[in-house]
Design a binder for this molecule. Structure first.
Ligand SMILES: Nc1ncnc2c1ncn2[C@@H]1O[C@H](COP(=O)(O)OP(=O)(O)OP(=O)(O)O)[C@@H](O)[C@H]1O
Length: 340
C-alpha cells in the first residue's frame, strides 16, 4: 500500500435543526468543519478539545456510522463512502472502536469469552475448542487471566472491563483502533495501566490509534501527533512533543496552561479559558475563538483563518500567531506605508 493508512480530507458534518422555510435556510449544527489529517501504521493521533467541539462526531464519521455532509475518509486508499454494504463490513474489520464506558458497551448477559470472540463469529463459525483458544489468546494479550473467560461483565472491575473492550477490538486484528475517551471513566492508576497496555499492543502489533480525549496529561503520554479542535475545526495539528513544548495557537496554549498539572516552566498566556464555547449553530464570525482570545485583532473578527504550515511542519489556523504569506505581506506593506 502506498500512502497513509488513513486519510481524512475536508471532513464536514452538519446536523440540520428543525425550523427554517426551505432546506437552504434550515439552521444547522456545524459539528465538524473542514477537518483533514492522515495517520500512518503504528502511529497515535490524539484529538483534543472541550466538550462539544466535534471529537466523537469525527469518530462516528471514521467508522461510517454516520455519513459526512462533505469530505472523504480513505482507509488504505479506499474511499469508505464508495463501499457497498458487504465491502463496508469487511473494511470495518480494519477499524475497530473502544468506548468510554466499558460497562454499557459490553453485553451483560454474555460471558467475557463470548464477548471477545463474538466479532470473529460474525464472520466465521468457531468450534468450542477454537472459541476457547481464541478467547484465551486475546485475554492473555490484554493481561487478563484465562479463568475470566467464564465471568460476566458485572463480575469484573472497571479496568478489567476496559481490557475486555480492548480484547474485543483486537479480535478482528484491526489496523486502526479508535479509542473515544477510553480511559476517562477509570481511576488514575488503572488509566496508566490501560495506556501502557495500548502502547505495548501498538509496539507488538503495529496498530494505529485515533485517541480521543479531553485529558492533556493522557494525550502527552500516548500521542505521536495531536489535533486540537475548537468548535468543529482543527486549530492546530502538531507532533506531540512540539505541541507541548511550544504551543502556537492561543487556544492550545491556554488549554495546556489550564490543564490540572500545568508545566511550571511554561510561561505564556494566563491559564484561564474565560467564557463559554460559542454555539455551533451560530458560530462567531471570523475565527470562532476570537471572543475568548486575548490576542484577537480586527482581522480575527472578520476572516476565518486558514491552516498555515509552520517551519516545523505543524499546521496552525491563527491570524496572529501563524499569519499566512498574504497576511505577512500585508503586514510588511502596512509597515512600509507607516515608515514612509
Ligand atoms: N446526532 C446529533 N444530532 C444533532 N447534533 C449533534 C448530534 N451529535 C452531536 N451533535 C452536536 O454536534 C456537536 C459536536 O458533538 P460531539 O459529540 O462530536 O462533541 P465532543 O467533542 O465529542 O463532545 P464530548 O467531549 O462532550 O463528547 C455538539 O454541538 C453536539 O451537540
Amino acid at each position: 500500500m502506498n500512502g497513509p493508512l488513513l486519510t481524512v480530507e475536508n471532513l464536514t458534518k452538519h446536523y440540520p435543526l428543525g425550523g427554517g422555510f426551505s432546506k437552504r435556510n434550515t439552521p444547522v449544527i456545524r459539528a465538524v468543519q473542514d477537518v483533514s489529517f492522515s495517520l500512518e501504521a503504528g502511529e497515535t493521533l490524539c484529538i483534543v478539545g472541550e466538550s462539544g467541539c466535534g471529537k466523537s462526531t469525527i469518530a462516528r464519521l471514521l467508522m461510517r456510522l454516520i455519513d459526512p455532509s462533505e469530505g472523504r475518509v480513505l482507509l488504505e486508499g479506499i474511499d469508505i463512502a464508495s463501499l457497498k454494504k458487504h465491502e463496508l463490513r469487511n473494511q470495518r474489520r480494519r477499524m475497530q472502536m473502544v468506548f468510554q464506558d466499558p460497562y454499557s458497551s459490553l453485553n451483560p448477559r454474555l460471558s467475557a469469552g463470548q464477548i471477545i470472540t463474538e466479532p470473529v463469529e460474525n464472520f466465521q463459525r468457531l468450534s468450542r475448542t477454537q472459541r476457547e483458544a481464541l478467547a484465551a489468546k486475546l485475554l492473555q494479550q490484554v493481561g487478563l487471566a484465562p479463568e475470566i473467560m467464564h465471568r460476566l461483565p458485572s463480575e469484573l472491575s472497571g479496568g478489567q472491563r476496559q481490557r475486555l473492550g480492548i480484547a474485543r477490538a483486537l479480535s478482528l486484528m484491526p489496523a486502526i483502533i479508535i479509542a473515544d475517551e477510553a480511559v476517562s471513566a477509570l481511576d488514575v492508576s488503572v488509566q496508566a495501566q490501560i495506556l501502557n497496555l495500548l502502547m505495548d499492543l501498538q509496539q507488538e502489533l503495529g496498530i494505529a490509534f485515533v485517541f480521543i480525549s479531553h485529558d492533556l496529561g493522557v494525550v502527552e503520554h500516548i500521542g505521536h501527533k495531536v489535533a486540537v479542535m475548537y468548535l468543529g475545526r482543527i486549530v492546530e495539528l502538531a507532533r506531540c512533543e512540539d505541541l507541548f513544548a511550544n504551543p502556537v495557537h492561543p487556544y492550545t496554549e491556554t488549554l495546556i496552561a489550564a490543564a490540572p498539572v500545568p508545566d511550571p516552566t511554561h510561561r505564556g498566556l494566563e491559564a484561564r479559558l474565560e467564557g463559554e464555547v460559542p454555539s455551533p449553530v451560530n458560530p462567531p464570525t471570523g475565527c470562532a475563538f476570537h471572543p475568548r482570545c486575548p490576542l484577537a485583532v480586527d482581522r480575527c473578527r472578520q476572516d476565518v483563518p486558514t491552516l498555515h504550515t509552520m517551519a516545523d511542519g505543524r499546521v496552525v489556523a491563527c491570524h496572529v500567531r501563524a499569519p499566512t504569506i498574504r497576511e505577512n505581506s500585508d503586514i510588511v506593506s502596512e509597515a512600509l506605508l507607516l515608515s514612509q
